[in-house]
Design a protein around this ligand. Structure first.
Ligand code: NAP
Length: 325
């Protein structure tokens, strides 16, 4: 690992997002020079507020740049002088739009813009935030443990978000193979990301699976399970994938050891945080056949990654959203 004196410049795209802000925070805490992009500079105060809440007092190592995934403007400036680029930004709405291109185009073309600009600027490695959406959403899950070898099948009918993440990751690998010219790529495939909210920056995963359960708007258990991972561990895994030589050319599933239904999440909150449960509806358990098995061994073994438990991730979200942390 590098020491603080030799710390390099890293670009994190999407500093206004839940994962983006935690990644910026960890890099600053570790002494890196950090550049981050945001769609509108008007959101600058949001980033500053969140980082202050995370304990940052010196902002001299932080540079903010306005850039949108759907436009070429400023990407050359954003990657300039960077050793590493963590491409986190991608649209992640709580509900799929009617037109899937609203997600697919920024996800795919944004990733390609970031990769091209990185290659042309001599960046060493890009770490792309993909998703378990690009791993485990088309084949039969029965008797199968999903690993990084699995790919969601683009010929299957897919919801727009899942398709956008799969198309973007496939396009990124294709770019590296055909036009990368030595640029390195590693990919992180997170499951549902939870953990503490800083500066009020949430995401669709928290809005649906934590706020939705705590405020009672979730009144039935959807017939699926989700892996759960803490945002602090996903940020840590991005930094490990940026630094470990062995991460080049690899994808890594980011999950804790357990998958959960929304019923399980509600039961956890009722048991561990009875003071928050006044709005929680009675949810029904779902059949064990909906529980997907997945492995986090690759990240643990190759990158020495040690994720927090699913309980810790979800309770940290609940506590920060309820203003108790
Ligand atoms: P988030 O809080 O919604 O963050 C998304 C980020 O992408 C925001 O900074 C957003 O900027 C930015 N963005 C969206 N469209 C953009 C565009 N056209 N141009 C520039 N920036 C754009 O969600 P998140 O959970 O942190 O997601 C971060 C990454 O993790 C995404 O790639 C997502 O697919 C992936 N992921 C998330 C989960 C999860 O459960 N949360 C699971 C697996 C993978 P604005 O603030 O301007 O909207």
């Amino acid at each position: 690992m590098e020491n603080v004196q030799t710390k390099k410049t890293v670009l994190v795209t999407g500093g206004t997002g839940f994962l983006g802000i935690h990644t910026v925070l960890q890099l600053l805490q570790q002494g890196y020079h950090v550049k981050t992009t945001l769609r509108s500079i008007a959101k600058k105060e949001l980033i500053v507020k969140a980082l202050k809440e995370g304990g940052v007092t010196d902002f001299s190592n932080l540079t903010l740049i306005e850039a949108d995934l759907t436009s070429d403007r400023n990407w050359e400036e954003a990657v300039k002088g960077c050793e590493y680029v963590l491409h986190v930004a991608s649209p992640f709405p709580a509900q799929d739009p009617k037109d899937e291109d609203e997600l697919i185009i920024p996800a795919r073309d944004g990733a390609l813009r970031v990769l091209k600009a990185s290659r042309d600027a001599g960046v060493k490695r890009v770490v792309l935030t993909s998703s378990f959406a690009a791993v485990g959403y088309s084949r039969d899950a029965k008797n199968h443990v999903f690993t990084e070898k699995d790919w969601t099948d683009l010929d299957a009918p897919l919801p727009a978000y899942i398709k956008s993440k799969t198309v973007a990751e496939k396009s990124a690998w294709e770019f590296i193979e055909k036009e990368g010219n030595g640029l390195e790529l590693a990919v992180i495939n997170p499951v549902g990301i939870f953990g503490p909210v800083i500066g009020g920056i949430t995401s669709a995963s928290l809005d649906i699976a934590v706020s939705g359960i705590l405020n009672g708007s979730m009144d039935k258990t959807p017939p699926f399970t989700m892996g759960v991972v803490d945002v602090r561990d996903v940020a840590d895994l991005h930094i490990k994938a940026m630094l470990y030589p062995e991460a080049n050319g690899e994808r890594f599933i980011a999950t804790s050891d357990v998958v959960m239904s929304f019923y399980d999440v509600a039961e956890l909150f009722k048991k561990e945080r009875p003071q928050y449960t006044f709005e929680i509806k009675e949810l029904e358990p779902i059949s064990k056949e909906f529980y997907k098995a997945m492995s986090n061994q690759k990240a643990k073994t190759i990158l020495n990654w040690i994720p927090r438990s699913h309980d810790e991730a979800l309770l940290a979200s609940a506590d920060s959203l309820m203003g108790k942390s």
